[in-house]
Design a protein around this ligand. Structure first.
Ligand code: TXA
Ligand code: MG
Length: 315
C-alpha cells in the first residue's frame, strides 16, 4: 500500500528513479512522473489505465522554465501565464523535441502549467525535469481532491502519496489553446472564462463537445461515479421521489434529504467547486440508488462545475 506523507526527499528520490508519486496541486491531486523520461510517462498511462491517445499535462516550477519546453509563446499565452501562474491554467503550446511524443500522444502541442501548491512547488524547484501528471484517478473516474482519495483508488499501484491537504480549488485546470490569433478554451476549469476575458478579451469556448479531438480526454462520460447520476430540478423532483433513497447534491439549499451534500450553504461557487468531487465520492458510498444533482448558476466556476456534472451524468 502507498505510504502517505509530506517528505519531499522521498518523493524526489522516487521520481529521479523513474517511479511515480501522487502530488498535491491546488486543483486536484496529480499522478506525477519525469516528463522527459519516456518509461516514467508510459508507467503513468499504465497505472491510470489511460488510453495512449489522451495526452498529459506537463508541470513546471515557473514561467521562466516555459521556453525550455515550447518553441513559441503567443502574446496572449504570456499575458495569461503572467496573470494566472502559479494557478489552475494550462496552456497548449507548440512543443520542443525534448518533450517525448508519448506525453502529447503525438500532438505537436504540449499542455503546460505551473501549479500553485507549496509542496509541489518546492518539489519542482528541486528537480531538473518537469513533471507529467494527469489527475491521480483511474481513467474515467472522479478526480481526487485529498490524499485519501488517491490511496483509495491507486494505493496498491504506487509507492508514495505526497500529502498536501485538501485541494483549494477542487476542479481541474482550465485548458487554453491559441490558433491564428484566437484564444480557445478546451476545458472549463479553475480559472473562469470571465477571468480569462479580463486579460485577453473575448475567448471561444470549445469545451462542450462530446468527444473533442483537441482535448481527447474530454470524453462525454468522464468523471463517472459508480452510481447513476442525474441532473434534476431538485425543487420539483423532491416531491416525486423517495428522497431518502437518493443522494442529493445541491448548490446552497437544504432539501432535507437523508443523504445530501450542500456544496456551499452560503452560495459561493468557489466553495462549491472545492466540495464537488468529494461530495460525489461520498454519496456514491451511501446506501442510495441514484444521485441527483442540481445545476449551478452558469457564471464563474459554476460553468466548470456544470460541465463536470453533465459529464458525470452522461455515463
Ligand atoms: O488541474 C489539472 O489540470 C490536473 C492537475 C494534476 O494538474 N491535471 C489534469 O490532467 O486534469 P488530466 O490528464 O486528468 O487532464 C488533462 C486534459 C486531458 O483532457 C487531455 O486530453 C488534455 O488535458 N490535454 C493534455 N495535453 C493536451 C494537448 N496537447 N492538446 C489537447 N489536449 C490536451
Ligand atoms: Mg483527469
Amino acid at each position: 500500500m502507498a505510504e502517505t506523507g509530506k517528505d519531499l526527499q522521498t518523493a524526489r528520490t522516487l521520481l529521479r528513479n523513474g517511479e511515480l508519486v501522487a502530488v498535491p496541486t491546488e486543483t486536484v491531486y496529480g499522478l506525477a512522473g519525469n516528463a522527459l523520461h519516456a518509461p516514467s510517462v508510459a508507467r503513468i498511462f499504465e497505472v491510470k489505465n489511460r488510453p495512449s491517445f489522451d495526452p498529459l499535462i506537463v508541470h513546471i516550477a515557473d514561467f521562466n522554465q516555459l521556453t525550455s519546453y515550447v518553441s513559441h509563446v503567443p502574446n496572449d499565452a504570456e499575458r495569461l501565464a503572467k496573470k494566472f501562474w502559479p494557478g489552475p491554467l494550462t496552456l497548449l503550446l507548440r512543443k520542443k523535441d525534448i518533450i517525448p511524443d508519448l506525453v502529447t500522444s503525438g500532438l505537436n502541442t504540449v499542455g503546460i502549467r505551473c501549479p500553485d501548491h507549496p509542496l509541489t512547488q518546492s518539489l519542482l524547484k528541486s528537480l531538473d525535469f518537469p513533471l507529467a501528471a494527469p489527475s491521480a484517478n483511474p481513467f474515467g473516474f472522479v478526480s481526487p481532491t485529498t490524499a485519501a482519495h488517491v490511496t483509495e483508488q491507486l494505493g496498491t499501484r504506487i509507492k508514495y502519496v505526497l500529502d498536501g491537504g485538501p485541494c483549494t480549488v477542487g476542479l481541474e485546470s482550465t485548458i487554453v489553446g491559441f490558433d491564428q490569433g484566437r484564444t480557445i478554451v478546451h476545458r472549463l476549469g479553475g480559472v473562469s472564462v470571465e477571468n480569462l476575458e479580463e486579460i485577453v478579451g473575448p475567448v471561444e469556448v470549445h469545451a462542450t463537445s462530446t468527444s473533442n479531438p483537441k482535448a481527447p480526454g474530454q470524453l462525454k462520460n468522464h468523471y463517472s461515479p459508480g452510481k447513476k447520476l442525474f441532473i434534476a430540478d431538485l425543487e420539483k423532483a423532491i416531491g416525486m421521489i423517495d428522497i431518502n433513497k437518493v443522494g442529493v447534491i445541491s448548490f446552497e439549499k437544504n432539501y432535507g434529504a437523508l443523504h445530501q451534500a450542500i456544496l456551499s450553504p452560503t452560495g459561493d461557487l468557489n466553495e462549491a467547486a472545492r466540495n464537488l468531487f468529494a461530495a460525489i465520492r461520498e454519496l456514491d458510498k451511501k446506501p442510495v440508488e441514484i444521485i441527483m444533482a442540481e445545476l449551478m448558476p452558469e457564471d464563474g466556476l459554476g460553468r466548470a462545475i456544470n460541465d463536470r456534472l453533465r459529464r458525470a451524468a452522461a455515463k
